[in-house]
Structures are given as C-alpha cells and as structure tokens.
Design a protein around this ligand. Structure first.
Ligand code: SAM
Length: 279
C-alpha cells in the first residue's frame, strides 16, 4: 500500500460487493450497505463490473467467501462465541448488518490505519452511524503486534473468538501471516475463515492472462500479491499452528454451490480457496 494511503484493493472489493447487489440481487450476500458505503452510482459500479469478461468470477468469489465466513460465524455465535475479529476489514459491512446484536457480541475491526480512517470518512459521508458493538483497531500486520493492539482495545484473550481474514492473506508476507496465525492460535477455541491464492499455474488459461494484468496493476498501486500457497502447504502451516478441523473449500466447490446465482458467470477456473479452521 502507498504510505499514508488507503487500500485500493479494498475499494475494488467493495465495488464487487456492490455489483453483486445490482446484478445478482445480493442472492449470495445480501448487503443493503454495499452501495451506500461506496458512494458511487449504479452506472459506475456496472462499468467496473463489465470492465472484463472474467470480472464475474471475482464477484462470485467475493460474495461467496463472505457468505461462507458469515455462516460459520453465525454457528460460532450459536455455540457461545461473543468476540468477532474482522482482520483487514476494508469496506466490509458485517458490523453494520450484524444479526447477533441482541447477544452482546463485540466486533473488532482491525485494519491498516489509513484504510480505517478512509472507511470512517466513507461512513460519515454516507451518514451511517457506527454501531455500539463495533470497536476499531488500527493495525499494520507487517509492523504491529496485533495481539497487543487488540488487548489495548478491550479484547479478552481468555475468551474464544471468531476471526475473519478475507482478501488479506495474499497481500501479506509469510512472516506477517505466521505471526497473525500464532496470535489466533493463542486464543483457546478460536476459529478463522480466510482465503488464499495458489500459484498462477492453478488458474485456467484465460484466467492466467487476467492474473498477469492484475499483478501489473497491483504493482502500480503498491499492493502486491506477496504470498501464494498450495493446498497441502496451507494445511501443513495451519496444523503446525495447532489448527485442526481444517475445511478447504476449492473454487470448483464454490462455483458449483454459488455460481448459478451469478449472472453471466464466465467459464474458467481460479486457484482460489476459502479455509475454515478451528483451534
Ligand atoms: C482486498 S482488501 C479486502 C478488504 C475486506 N476484507 C473485504 O473483503 O472487503 C485488503 C485489506 O487488507 C488490508 N491490509 C493489507 N495489508 C495490510 C497490512 N499490512 N496491515 C493491515 N491491513 C492490511 C487493507 O487495508 C485492506 O483493507
């Protein structure tokens, strides 16, 4: 990320969520705040969605990973978890849509300080008030100790927590990923849902060209894909951090489960996965 500037990819993902509302009627992830928080009109969002014939694949994956995370999170709340941590929150609106408000849960949104400040401005401009259960924790995963920052914000290390970490792992160094996993695994009965990316060979040919273009675009934005993993590699890393009950959901599974809800879904295979792991 450019120093002092918010994440550009957070904006791109928010546009995909908004496009999902407009084109697919939020059928995977219904988000009444997606357009509002963005502050753009439908025309701009549609232009973004139609920029590339394969953009529908990104829209599917963006909506599906949140659906998977939020479903797992709901089950965790049913089991008694009351602390939710959204790592690298970007313009994620779960805290605004929180269906568990009556259960006294706390939602910690952790993000890069510049992205978090920008989100605050977006919310203020859209006249969306911060809900009482939301606690903002500015953190740079590459420099800061996420645990220290969370505890300073009131997070209870001795109580279980559910972490979501969507669209973040590919942008972090392996060191920062390892430190964050270390912290999550220090919380008894913690759970995490995150997504990761395989090396380019795992993408179908037409997707590989898009991956190449995105890589160049990200380079210019100073937000690069720094870490890619093979499925066996990610499972080994999680196990080495003491996670078990690892569910790795491949792009094929996502496309077969959620693809029919995406209008004009382009054919193609992406080396993208969503993982749900328990400690
Ligand atoms: C692709 S966006 C995803 C945002 C959000 N999770 C979503 O799905 O809409 C990546 C997010 O990771 C955050 N991020 C990237 N590198 C970071 C770092 N070193 N420290 C803290 N946050 C970081 C960015 O600020 C941004 O919010």
């Amino acid at each position: 990320m450019k120093p002092g500037e918010p994440s550009r990819t957070a904006l791109m993902i928010a546009r995909q969520r908004a496009a999902h509302q407009v084109l697919d009627h939020g059928s995977i992830l219904y988000d009444p705040f997606a357009m509002k928080i963005l502050g753009e009109d439908e025309k701009g969002v549609l232009q973004f969605a139609n920029q590339h014939s394969l953009a529908s694949i990104g829209r599917l994956f963006t909506a599906a990973r949140s659906r998977i995370a939020e479903d797992a999170l709901s089950k965790a709340v049913e089991r008694g978890i009351r602390q939710i941590v959204i790592l690298g929150a970007g313009l994620d609106t779960f805290a605004l849509r929180n269906p568990h408000g009556a259960r006294q849960i706390r939602i910690y949104e952790v993000d890069h300080p510049a992205t978090q400040a920008w989100k605050g401005q977006r919310l203020a401009e859209a006249q969306i008030a911060l809900p009482p259960w939301l606690i903002l924790v500015p953190v740079d995963f590459e420099r800061d100790d996420v645990g220290e920052k969370l505890v300073a914000a009131g997070f209870q290390q001795n109580s279980p927590a559910f972490f979501t970490w969507l669209g973040v792992v590919p942008y972090l160094t392996r060191d920062a990923i390892g430190r964050t996993l270390d912290y999550m695994s220090s919380i008894q009965n913690s759970e995490v849902v995150f997504d990761y990316m395989e090396p380019p060979q795992a993408f179908s040919e037409e997707m590989r060209q898009l991956v190449k273009e995105r890589t160049e675009q990200l380079e210019k934005m100073d937000e690069r894909w720094a870490s890619r993993f093979e499925p066996a590699g990610i499972a080994a890393i999680l196990r080495s951090h003491g996670f078990s009950g690892i569910e790795d959901i491949s792009f094929e599974e996502i496309a077969s489960r959620f693809g029919p809800a995406v209008q004009g879904l382009a054919p193609g295979h992406a080396g993208l996965h969503v993982v749900h792991a328990k400690h």
